[in-house]
Ligand binder design. Structure first.
Ligand code: BES
Ligand code: MN
Ligand code: ZN
Length: 518
């Protein structure tokens, strides 16, 4: 029986919700905007591009430190290229620290490059409690982006560290962005902050261990999104049985933790768009994947606590869209199950009937994500008839072999949707790479006893997994993102510490913003 580590059974699931509500991330950097004025103490970040000459705050800081910055940059061979940075400790002028981050050429500056520069600055400033960022040479939107990047980088999941001394933790709490137009920068930053809160929510959910975050607990946390104006519906085994979710229930049957499906609706469309069909996001939410009876080997199995990252991304995305009051109608659906071996678990060879009526021979109980998505995708189309749908899933280990951790796999039956996702990926740095779908792969799903089997042999098995999903898509524009390689980072990335990345929230927020809002 589950215990609390002191020999006492929980009698269910330990819930830390009393101490931390959803939507209140563990920590959020405090951002403010102010007119450019040289501070006379504390820490300062200078963002300096190539071929740029001393002006504004940079020039004032140079004077206040008696030329120390220029001398240091010369020694550091700093030329303003992006990726370059330098740190000066106690350089005079009252400063504890001045950090300098390269911005690259003027023409190459985008929201993303500024986010990354802000993130780098925040990393270099981690030992300071407060700091100022000189963004006086930047447009307000780019000034705001630097703050957003700093915020994204400063996330940390430390709910379960009880013994860390305060001086061992990163200290940075407050960042003041110095900009010529603070009001404009502040309003540009508002939707970015909404987005950061969504990303943090996803990271929180994905980081939680599976003894805390089981399907019921995750559904419970989704419920508090109703505060943001999102309509929430939670379905349990009884409702799912009524809907004929045989594939998803087959996966769930081995666990004492009951499955849930959560349907989240945000109705933000205005004017002419109000009558249009919604867009839909669907997430795989396997709160722990042991493999079931086709059990996984022990090494690295702890990673399977983040097999709900697709669902976690949908939840964070919905929260971001609602917080920034996106002018679009969006539905998010997540299928939550735990995949366990037990006396009641489904067996290899079992045949299950999906909500679509199609039957599946379950050859391998570890190919469970596609079984969950089969039912949820089908339901999504039947219930909402969306313009298009995008699903996210940590679906296959093979996508990591193919694309590593630098791109998510993109599969789509619609070139226009795939193009839009590719562009949103390049703009946000959440990259996707299109993979093929074709009849020849689909044929390999043939079963001798049922309409299809749930696995094929190994070659191209990320593709045959996508092909399986497509059998539950009724001709609608659809895209599948296999995020097994991108949801969790073994080492830090420009905009995220190691651990849960929140991959997909910024990508899909951008997709909605660029194409589905007025
Ligand atoms: N959740 C896993 C895929 C996965 C593996 C995600 C590694 C993240 C890291 C999925 O349910 C799974 O087990 N897939 C199998 C499919 C196989 C049985 C056809 C796999 O990839 O090995
Ligand atoms: Mn599996
Ligand atoms: Zn899985």
């Amino acid at each position: 029986m589950a215990g609390d580590g002191n020999g006492k059974p929980f009698g269910g699931c330990y819930s830390p919700r009393a101490t931390l509500a959803i939507g209140e991330p563990s920590f959020m950097l405090e951002i403010s905007f102010a007119k450019p004025q040289l501070p006379h103490s504390g820490a300062l970040a200078l963002l300096i591009g190539e071929e740029e000459s001393e002006a504004g705050i940079w020039q004032a800081a140079e004077e206040a430190t008696g030329g120390a910055i220029g001398r240091a940059l010369k020694v550091a061979e700093f030329s303003g290229k992006s990726g370059q940075n330098a740190t000066l400790l106690a350089p005079g002028g009252g400063f504890s620290r001045v950090v300098v981050v390269g911005l690259g050429k003027r023409g190459e500056r985008t929201r993303l490059t500024l986010e990354e520069a802000g993130a780098t600055a925040a990393g270099l400033l981690a030992r300071e409690e407060t700091a100022a960022v000189a963004a006086d040479a930047l447009a307000p939107e780019l000034a705001a982006a630097s703050a957003h990047g700093a915020t994204l980088r400063s996330y940390r999941f430390d709910r379960y560290r009880t013994k860390e001394k305060p001086d061992e933790k990163p200290r940075l709490k407050k960042l003041t962005v110095l900009t010529a137009e603070p009001a404009k920068a502040r309003s540009a930053h508002e939707p970015m902050q909404a987005l950061a809160e969504g990303v943090f929510l996803t990271r929180d959910l994905v980081s939680e261990p599976a003894n805390v975050l089981n399907p019921a607990e995750m559904a419970e946390r989704c419920k508090s999104l109703d505060r943001l104006g999102i309509e929430i519906e939670v379905m349990g085994p009884k409702e799912l049985r009524k809907l004929g979710f045989g594939a998803m229930l087959g996966v769930a049957q081995g666990s004492i933790n009951e499955p849930r499906m959560v349907v989240m609706q945000w109705r933000g469309a205005a004017g002419g768009r109000r009558k249009r069909k919604p867009v839909a996001f669907v997430g795989k939410g396997v709160t722990f994947d042991t493999g079931g009876i086709s059990i996984k080997s022990a090494a690295g199995m702890e990673d399977m606590k983040w097999d709900m990252a697709g669902a976690g991304t949908v939840v964070g995305l919905m929260s971001a869209l609602a917080r920034r009051e996106a002018r679009a109608d969006v539905v998010g659906l997540i299928g939550l199950v735990e995949n366990m071996p037990s006396g009641g678990a489904q067996r290899p060879g079992d045949v299950v009937k999906t909500a679509s009526g199609q039957t599946v021979e379950v050859i391998n109980t570890d190919a469970e994500g596609r079984l969950v998505l089969a039912d949820v995708l089908w339901y999504c189309q039947q219930e909402f008839d969306p313009q298009w749908m995008v699903d996210l899933a940590t679906l296959t280990g093979a996508i990591i072999v193919g694309l590593g951790h630098e791109h998510a796999g993109l599969f789509s039956n619609d070139d226009a949707l795939a193009e839009k996702l590719g562009k949103a990926g390049r703009d946000t740095g959440e990259l996707v790479w299109r993979m093929p779908l074709a009849e020849a792969y689909d044929k390999r799903l043939r079963s001798d006893i049922a309409d299809m089997k749930n696995v094929t042999d190994r070659p191209g098995s990320s593709i045959t997994a996508a092909q399986f999903l497509q059998r539950f898509v009724n001709g609608k524009p659809w895209a599948h993102l296999d995020i097994a390689g991108t949801a969790w980072l073994a080492k830090e990335a420009p905009l995220a510490a190691k651990g849960a990345s929140g991959f997909g929230v910024r990508l899909l927020d951008r997709l909605v913003a660029d194409h589905f809002e007025e």
